[in-house]
Ligand binder design. Structure first.
Ligand code: SAH
Length: 348
């Protein structure tokens, strides 16, 4: 068993200190840092402005635990799903979603998920660990490279809507976003990043207190406690009223409206009372609604509501001046759509 250190767990200062400790210049640390993050080097050998001796020194002391794109599937609509192998053999999935003008990376924050939403395929995976900041960063970098290669422009947006609950891996997700947005990393504007959460009030308040600059989306699916709890067990411990208070707190601090993600299911939330509850909820905090298409997963008993029921939602929201969009699924044919990420490409 190797016990070399993961070099990307070191801060710029720690890297500079390492070189000073080796009777070298602190500047060497900056060079290495730049290779690791801005240039996304996978090996020490790529670091061409370092001497052979320096590269050998790094090789003796450290490893670069880079993720590996293990398998890539392309959908008929251009969507690319990647099975990403981590250094310990576990696998997560990341998706590139192209549209006419942009490409969006949908990235994972955890291996598996602990929340057990009954309509989501990821919930069926048992194994769970948090991803490190560099494992999150690497997914974005890999998709940026794919975007340049296949669509001839850089990645334009990032959504944390892959596997896992980002707010249960709070620190690492924020560290990754810091790298993604910093000029030392990818220099991407935080306004192009959306974090999607099941809605954890304490953590939403913390985001507001920490002054984050990215956007927030909440998977609502129902504005009636009983209905929401029946699909999303997390709602039993923090109900809709608490969630709303945290969202109002977020809005006061950030002045950024919230996006509610919402699937309409037959016989579950397709009645007038469900629509009324959503309208009432949305009126209490600046927000808009994305009605997302349901992506069936095996034997879960859920069925997408009729187009008429969905249209009723649209009309009710619009007549109350709440912005609503219907989001068509992408990458369904390769199980890359929302809620379908479950490592089907690899044996369990
Ligand atoms: N844990 C985070 C992010 C991952 S899920 C969250 O809950 O927001 C990304 C989005 O896909 C969420 O809005 C989730 O509710 C939705 N989703 C899950 N399963 C789905 C399915 N089978 N069909 C459509 N959307 C689904």
């Amino acid at each position: 068993m190797e016990n070399k250190k993961d070099i990307r767990a070191l801060s710029r200062e720690q890297l500079r200190d390492f070189f000073v400790g080796q009777q070298d210049k602190p500047f060497r640390g900056n060079q290495v840092y730049d290779w690791l993050w801005a240039k996304g080097a996978h090996t020490f050998d790529e670091m061409s402005n370092l001497s052979k001796e320096t590269r050998a020194l790094l090789q003796t002391n450290f490893v670069i635990n880079h993720i590996k794109v293990d398998e890539m599937q392309r959908s008929g609509d251009g969507t690319i799903k990647n099975a990403i192998k981590l250094h310990d053999g576990l696998v997560v999935e990341s998706v590139l979603i192209p549209t006419q003008k942009r490409t969006t990376a949908c990235v994972s924050s955890q291996v598996g998920c602990s929340l057990n939403c009954s309509f989501c395929a990821t919930a069926r995976l048992k194994k769970m660990r948090n991803l490190n900041p560099d494992e999150i960063y690497d997914q974005v970098l890999a998709i940026d490279q794919q975007s340049r290669h296949y669509f001839h422009h850089p990645l334009s947006n990032i959504v944390f809507m892959g596997m896992g609950e980002p707010l249960l891996n709070y620190e690492n997700v924020l560290l990754a976003i810091e790298k993604i947005t910093s000029s030392e990393g990818m220099g991407m504007s935080p306004s192009r990043i959306t974090l999607s959460t099941v809605g954890l009030p304490k953590m939403i308040r913390k985001l507001a207190d920490d002054g984050v600059k990215f956007k927030l989306a909440v998977s609502l699916h129902s504005a009636i406690d009983e209905v929401r709890t029946s699909m999303m067990p997390v709602n039993a411990s923090s109900n809709l009223a608490e969630l709303l208070e945290s969202l109002q707190y977020w809005y006061r601090a950030t002045k950024r409206q919230i996006t509610f993600e919402y699937v309409v299911w037959k016989d579950i939330n397709d009645k007038q009372k469900d629509i009324d509850a959503l309208v009432y909820y949305c009126k209490r905090v600046p927000s808009k609604v994305n009605l997302i298409e349901y992506n069936a997963i095996e034997e879960d008993g859920f069925e997408q509501a009729s187009p008429e029921s969905i249209q009723k939602y649209v009309s009710a929201l619009e007549s109350n001046n709440i912005t609503v969009k219907i989001r068509r699924s992408r990458g369904k044919d390769i199980d890359a759509a929302c809620g379908q990420l479950a490592n089907k490409t690899v044996p369990a």
